[in-house]
Design a protein around this ligand. Structure first.
Ligand code: ADP
Ligand code: MG
Length: 341
């Protein structure tokens, strides 16, 4: 199947405490698709922690052990697009029949269903059909089902039927093992101290770890230098600097408004509507804590307000973070997105 990338296997998915449950559940499912209680199997975790890799590894493993099984891997985004196309072309039956004929469906990044009610309806029916016929459903998501905002309750309740297993940030030892394995696969030898240095300093996610390695190799080729600790140090300085570039107030505003689905211009307006005030206050709070801008300039930016308004906004947000769990979750979620940029 062209959707499955053969480079993602169990073999090159390094096991660690961070992924043990998800990995072994995935392995169990691949030996007996539809025949375990892990149906659906939901793998969740942050960006670059191996969700796609693991989900694809399950698909590849099934294809090689049970070649007669029909396995489809599709990103949620692509599924949504296909659905819209099939509506336009009047081929909705073909669309549904195609998915309902599968033995295994792997859907990546189901958080992208948020807000897409019609597509969720269709997937709900496909899911029920497959599940009732003992077919396997594998899902990935950036959050556990209980925290998936914008998804219909009945779909979420299905997602909770089987097993949800998370992928966490790998510990140092696992990060080193991942780097060693990649180097080995690419036929590159690196001094142990370089591997240790990189694994020590890049501790966000696996994708960044690989990114650091790629730029290290590129630098070594460009400058015709051996990869040693000195090169690793100078490379990482740039790498870390580039990935933590300054966050602008425009960007904060855009992110917050997108998050709460409020129009950007409203935040700068005089309106006292609750959701707008909330977006405005959170934006000010984030501007204060994530930029070096003065209170005066922050007030200016968000609709020509004075610095005492900014102080009041920050105080309000801090109080709400302490007292309102849901509010706190919103702010943390937005902060996470800010840091990912
Ligand atoms: P996600 O889908 O969660 O954003 P990916 O599956 O795309 O993350 O993983 C990002 C990169 O990290 C991929 O190249 C993947 O092969 C690699 N990776 C993640 N986890 C592991 C692991 N445990 N062992 C080896 N490689 C890993
Ligand atoms: Mg992915």
């Amino acid at each position: 199947d062209p959707q499955l990338n053969p480079n993602y296997s169990f073999d090159n998915f390094i096991e660690g405490d961070c992924n043990r449950l998800a990995r072994s559940a995935g392995y169990a499912v691949s030996g007996k698709p539809g025949g375990t209680s892990f149906n659906p199997l939901m793998i969740y975790g942050g960006v670059g922690l191996g969700k796609t890799h693991l989900a694809q590894a399950i698909g590849n493993q099934i294809k090689s052990a049970l070649p007669d099984k029909l396995v489809i891997y599709v990103s949620c985004e692509k599924f949504c697009q296909q659905f819209v196309d099939s509506l336009k072309n009047n081929t909705i039956n073909d669309f549904v029949n195609f998915y309902q004929a599968m033995d295994v469906i792997i859907m990546d990044d189901v958080h992208n269903f948020a807000g897409k009610e019609k597509t969720q309806d269709i997937f709900f029916h496909i899911f029920n059909h497959l599940h009732q016929s003992g077919k396997q459903v594998i899902l990935t998501s950036d959050k556990p089902p209980k925290d998936l905002a914008g998804l219909e309750e009945r779909l979420l309740s299905r997602f909770k039927w089987g097993l949800s297993a998370d992928l966490q940030v790998p510990d140092l030892e696992t990060r080193m093992a991942i780097l060693k394995k990649k180097m080995y696969t690419d036929g590159i030898e690196l001094p142990g101290e370089v591997i240790e240095y990189v694994a020590h300093n890049i501790d966000n996610n696996v994708r960044e770890l690989e990114g650091a390695m790629v730029s290290l190799l590129a630098q070594s080729t460009l400058n015709r230098k051996e990869i040693d600790l000195g090169l690793a140090k100078s490379m990482l300085k740039n790498f870390i600097k580039n990935s933590s570039r300054e966050i602008s107030m425009e960007y904060i505003q855009k992110l917050v408004c997108e998050y709460f689905e409020v129009p950007v211009e409203m935040v700068k307006s005089k309106t006292r509507k609750r959701e707008i005030v909330q977006a405005r206050q959170i934006s000010m709070y984030l501007a204060k804590s994530h930029t070096k801008t003065s209170l005066k300039s922050i007030g200016q930016f968000f609709g020509g307000r004075d610095h005492s308004t900014v102080i009041y906004a920050c105080q309000t947000v801090e109080d709400l973070i302490d007292t309102d769990k849901k509010f706190k979750a919103y702010v943390l979620d937005i902060q996470k997105k800010l840091k990912m940029s």
